[in-house]
Design a protein around this ligand. Structure first.
Ligand code: AMP
Length: 203
């Protein structure tokens, strides 16, 4: 399967503060696919004061996970839009084993599957200091010390295990997430190229 024929379906996974949001946008741009961040979708809904926003506001502020059913429904709606027909990059979903099953089921219905899962590895201390910096710069309500600790614990307990599932499928590309933004992007693109995921522009 090449990018040219079928588009590319990617996930980016990493702890809070790993830079996955920033890199996700860059990689999606490089492949000409939409970057879909469930965190961004939820934050936009909260800012807009929509029904969805009202449902998830308190959960996000506590750093807890929104229910699998609601999150998976939001992602299915987003993936059903035209711009995701030719591929997509998911950031922040799936976040636990149940969501992996939901995504598998949905993609099977489209006769599709994931091409690669980018695992951004960043030491714990580094991710904590990056979150602290982001808290200052962006003032996110879920970047307080207590909420960060909760989010990192949830990552380790619930999200890290999804990598074992994808590793067993042979689709995880582990990338060192320490370095400049350009260096990390280049590492990811090299790892994806090595898996035969060639960018349309480079074909
Ligand atoms: P993020 O920007 O990816 O760290 O997401 C911010 C917050 O949105 C998380 O702390 C959760 O409350 C919620 N969220 C984002 N993605 C998911 C998901 N896949 N499942 C459940 N909750 C999520």
């Amino acid at each position: 399967m090449t990018a040219e024929q079928h588009g590319v379906r990617l996930l980016i996974v990493g702890p809070q503060g790993s830079g996955k949001g920033t890199q996700g946008v860059r990689i999606a741009e490089a492949y000409g696919i939409p970057a879909i961040s469930t965190g961004d979708v939820f934050r936009a809904a909260v800012a807009a004061g929509s029904d969805l926003g009202n449902q998830v506001k308190a959960i996000i502020e506590a750093g807890d996970l929104v229910s699998d059913e609601l999150t998976s429904a939001v992602v299915r709606d987003r993936l059903a839009q035209d711009d995701a027909a030719g591929g997509f990059l998911l950031d922040g979903y799936p976040r636990n084993i149940a969501q992996v099953a939901h995504l598998d089921e949905y993609l099977e219905g489209r006769e599709e599957s994931l091409d690669a899962v980018i695992e951004l590895s960043v030491p714990r201390d580094e991710s904590i200091s990056r979150i602290a910096l982001r808290a200052k710069e962006q003032g996110r309500t879920d970047d307080t010390e207590e909420v960060i600790a909760n989010r990192l614990a949830i990552y380790e307990r619930e999200t890290a295990p999804i990598l074992d599932v994808y590793r067993a499928r042979g689709i995880v590309a582990e990338v060192d997430g320490v370095g400049s933004l350009d260096e990390i992007e280049a590492r990811i693109l090299t790892a994806l190229n090595a898996r035969g995921l060639v960018r349309a522009a480079a074909v």
